[in-house]
Design a protein around this ligand. Structure first.
Ligand code: ATP
Ligand code: MG
Length: 206
């Protein structure tokens, strides 16, 4: 499960656990992105801070781990490089399954060398408020068949909203795991509204 995780929130964790359970997968690897090709408009928190929060959030789940692959790689984070690196690391037979929210799944064809990524990995997507997965066939064409839809309950939570709450001095309790909340407070993350500009997502996410 890749993401900017700025910050990681309970939505990510609930989705990861339920998808893992559903697929009977042994593990979920959280992959904080390095320089995301899709988020040129916003200054991300430091990669180390996002990595630290992801580690804190996942520490109590034996099925969860965090990879530094993308944050340690120079240049933009391309999914295709990541799939190939994971196979090189874990063996050529390793099955890589991306877990994506609906917003990301609908944009899949804009990914760098999307067709190859879709051939080399499996994709599972889950609903997200404000995004219509019914548009998937139209957006992905023939590749839509490569993306499995898992109809989990929608969760109206986003990191954008959490950053806005932090900037407004509102409580982050129960939106992020407690150690992540403590980290955000200790490092004074998201104190200004600089981090809250949305990149084309507009107000469809409550
Ligand atoms: P931001 O608002 O900064 O974009 P985010 O909440 O979307 O943050 P990301 O780190 O961008 O979090 O997302 C990582 C992955 O988790 C993406 O595939 C995204 O679609 C998915 N995701 C995050 N929150 C939800 C949610 N509430 N429902 C479904 N998918 C989600
Ligand atoms: Mg997002």
């Amino acid at each position: 499960m890749g993401g900017t995780f700025d910050p990681i929130h309970i939505g990510h964790l609930i989705i990861a656990e339920q998808v893992r359970e559903h697929l009977g997968a042994a593990a979920v690897l959280f992959m904080p992105t390095g320089q995301p090709p899709h988020k040129p408009g916003r200054t991300l928190s430091a990669a180390e801070a996002r990595y630290a929060m992801t580690t804190l959030a996942t520490a109590d789940n034996p099925h969860f781990s965090v990879s530094r692959l993308e944050i340690d790689r120079a240049g933009p984070s391309y999914a295709l490089d990541t799939v190939r690196a994971l196979r090189a690391q874990h063996g050529p037979q390793t099955e890589v399954i991306f877990i994506l929210g609906a917003d990301q799944a609908l944009e899949l064809m804009t990914w760098h060398r999307a067709t190859e990524v879709l051939q080399e990995a499996r994709f599972v997507t889950v609903p997200r408020p404000g995004y219509d997965l019914g548009l998937l066939p139209q957006r992905l064409g023939a590749a839509a068949g490569r993306v499995q839809l898992l109809a989990l309950r929608e969760l109206a939570i986003s990191a954008s909203d959490i950053r806005a709450r932090a900037a407004a001095g509102l409580s982050l309790r129960y939106l992020v795991p407690e150690p992540v909340r403590q980290f955000i407070l200790a490092h004074r993350l998201y104190q200004t509204s600089n981090g809250n500009r949305r990149d084309g997502e507009r107000s469809s996410q409550p």
